[in-house]
Ligand binder design. Structure first.
Ligand SMILES: O=C(O)CCC(=O)C(=O)O
Length: 209
């Protein structure tokens, strides 16, 4: 397998093959692909999320501080908007073309208003294999601690950026720490995951750290 040095790609300046992208996730823990989907294709989904009723996920006392609006859809359910399901299908097809077996079953719609954020954390161990986040509208900084690096890597997500993170693969320590900064205006995104209850942390541990 080729050695991955950079994990930030742009489909417009140089198309990145699914194999290279998935190799980055496997070897380093994450990658980002700008212009994964065209602005025109993102617009209907972005419009939907702008007006969606969402819960405010906020707990300023918790170990992982976060504040954002979110709603949850099951892939394949009748009430999941087709436009969201088709974007998730596009992401899944790309990942599978990279020989990465992944069958997402859930879409989380994220809406961050100016100043909202999520602090440093690892994703739930229920998120199996891979977490893919497609930015629909707005800009926000994403930080990830890649394997082999001392400090975090920053990627500025923009409309059409697909960020992918290593999910739970049997070893909870392999989930990369990551966080998102405070955007200056609204950002909407879809987080696409395969949620499986396959591992229970010891009582003393929590999966969000
Ligand atoms: O909004 C994002 O790009 C990342 C969200 C995130 O880190 C999470 O939901 O765990």
């Amino acid at each position: 397998m080729e050695k991955i040095t950079s994990v930030e790609f742009d489909q417009v300046s140089e198309a990145v093959s699914p194999r290279t992208a998935m190799a980055a996730v496997i070897q380093r823990g994450a990658c980002a692909i700008h212009n994964f989907v065209t602005y025109e294709r993102l617009q209907p989904a972005a419009e939907l999320l702008r007006s969606q009723r969402m819960i405010l996920d906020e707990d300023l006392e918790a170990r992982v501080q976060r504040r954002q609006h979110m709603s949850e859809f099951a892939i394949g359910a009748d009430d999941t908007p087709e436009i969201l399901a088709s974007l998730a299908g596009e992401v899944q097809a790309y990942v599978n073309r990279g020989d990465f077996v992944w069958t997402p079953n859930e879409i989380i719609a994220h809406r961050y208003e100016a100043g909202d954020f999520i602090g440093r954390h690892r994703d739930y161990t229920e998120a199996y294999g891979l977490i893919a986040v497609l930015t629909l509208d707005g800009m926000q900084d994403f930080y990830v601690e890649l394997d082999g690096d001392d400090g975090p890597t920053k990627v500025t997500m923009r409309p059409g950026t697909l960020t992918m993170l290593r999910g739970f693969n049997g070893n909870p320590e392999m989930r990369p720490y990551h966080w998102v900064g405070r955007p200056s205006s609204q950002r909407t995104a879809l987080s696409i995951r395969n949620m499986q209850h396959i591992w229970t942390p010891p009582r003393s541990e929590v999966s969000w750290e």
